[in-house]
Design a protein around this ligand. Structure first.
Ligand code: SF4
Length: 412
């Protein structure tokens, strides 16, 4: 039996369709006609059966996340069929897992919300991106600021446990005043959860091409940093403190039960084009002593074919549509634990890290930690459960480079 993790696994289902492709998006997405979309649910159901035969963790999935793409483009009947297949073939938590659905504002109507609620959706995550019509036009979105506000209110009236709003900041030429207005509208609507992502220009996107031609000039780093700082301070003051570098919740119960699995090596199964999966497996040399904390475990990560047609061919042939995989030994797991932990306000549990990897971070990186604490980037915090190494807001802004500076000597 595979080693386990204290949290139950999560299930991710990728729906790759969008009604238009946003010029900044580098996800595995496409526009497709009705026939292709109609057969997608059947293909996904086929992959559920294929994956069920090889998924190594027998524990129930306590979250199911429909992401994309735009899952709200799939008819509720198709979503229901996929969920029923998951319940049939995979162990789902009883009485029901927590179901997440990503939706675009233009798809949110009282009727659609009622249908999603009947499916058991508890968190509706809305791709708002901005409430400002000029920003929305620049981002290539199809909704207006007014539609976005109406969508949030409609979702709230429908009674989802959590309504989450995604926003993007750091647009070329964006001022602090303009971004603050977006934040003010967002908190004025009182969603339980907010995600604020910094605009990234990816090379193989429309924005990437425009940037390479000099037709789009990114916001300078100093202004990006100022907007990041504004985001965290404004939302903390308004009652939406960060719990991760891009995620904010009005109270702990609105924090994402699913995404946190990605941050602490909880196993997750991803189905659909491009979806990633992660499981803990016993280290071959220690196969007999795998334990609940995974101290002797290795990580196994794999990812699906990105192109819909290729993914479909595998699934139709009854084969796993896996495009690549990697085995993560203790050095890689330790490095990821530090990297992902320093992107959260909870930080890294120092005792657990030492127990799992045999590395005392404070001792092995004493000079670095002292310097970063003095610089106001890190703090060593005493929690009831033990000592934690956590980033400050200034540290969160550079979380990835903080983690990269650590030396992680493997015990001999
Ligand atoms: S709606 Fe979201 S997933 Fe679809 S193209 Fe736009 S950013 Fe990408």
């Amino acid at each position: 039996m595979a080693p386990t993790h204290r949290s139950l696994p999560g299930l991710y289902l990728h729906v790759p369709f969008c009604s238009a492709i946003c010029p900044y998006c580098d996800f595995a997405v496409l526009r497709a006609g009705g026939a292709i979309r109609a057969r997608f649910a059947d293909r996904l159901i086929a992959e559920v059966a294929i994956a069920a035969a090889s998924w190594p963790d027998p524990r129930p999935f306590d979250t199911v996340y429909f992401g994309g793409g735009t899952p709200s483009l799939l008819p509720p009947g198709d979503l229901a069929r996929v969920l029923a297949a998951c319940a049939d073939r995979l162990p789902l938590a009883s009485p029901a897992p927590w179901v997440f659905l990503e939706a675009n504002p233009e798809d949110v109507t009282p009727g659609a919300c009622a249908a999603w609620r009947r499916l058991g959706v508890r968190t509706l995550s809305l791709g708002v991106q901005s409430f400002d019509d000029d920003a929305l036009r620049f981002l290539g979105r199809r909704h207006t600021g007014r539609q976005a506000r109406t969508a949030v209110e409609t979702a709230q009236a429908a009674g989802f446990d959590t309504v989450s709003v995604d926003l993007i900041f750091g647009l070329p030429g964006q001022t602090a005043a303009a971004w603050r207005r977006d934040l003010e509208v967002a908190v004025g609507l009182s969603p339980g959860h907010l995600s604020c992502y910094q605009l990234t220009i990816h090379p193989r996107t429309v924005f990437g091409v425009r940037a390479a031609r000099g037709q789009l000039v990114e916001l300078p780093d100093t202004e990006q940093a100022a907007l990041f700082d504004l985001t965290h301070r404004f939302l903390a003051d308004a009652g939406w403190p960060a719990y991760e570098v891009s995620n904010f919740a009005s109270s702990p119960e609105h924090r994402s039960r699913h995404n946190r699995k990605y941050w602490d090596h909880t196993p997750y199964l991803g189905l659909g084009p491009s979806a990633h999966s992660f499981a803990l497996v016993p280290a071959s040399a220690h196969a007999g002593r795998a334990d609940a904390g995974g101290a002797s475990a290795r990580g196994h990560r794999w990812w699906n074919e990105r192109h819909l047609r290729v993914w479909e061919q595998y699934v139709v042939a009854g084969k796993r549509p896996v495009a690549g995989e990697e085995l993560l030994g203790p050095p890689a797991l330790a490095s990821e634990t530090l990297l992902l932990g320093l992107r959260t306000t909870a930080g890294v549990d120092l005792d657990a890290f030492a127990a799992r990897y045999g590395i005392d971070l404070l001792e092995t990186n004493h000079a670095l930690v002292t310097r970063l604490v003095r610089a106001g980037r890190l703090q060593v915090r005493e929690d009831p459960q033990g000592q934690r190494l956590a980033p400050t807001v200034r540290g969160l802004a550079v979380a990835d480079s903080l983690a990269a500076a650590f030396d992680l000597p493997l015990p001999t």
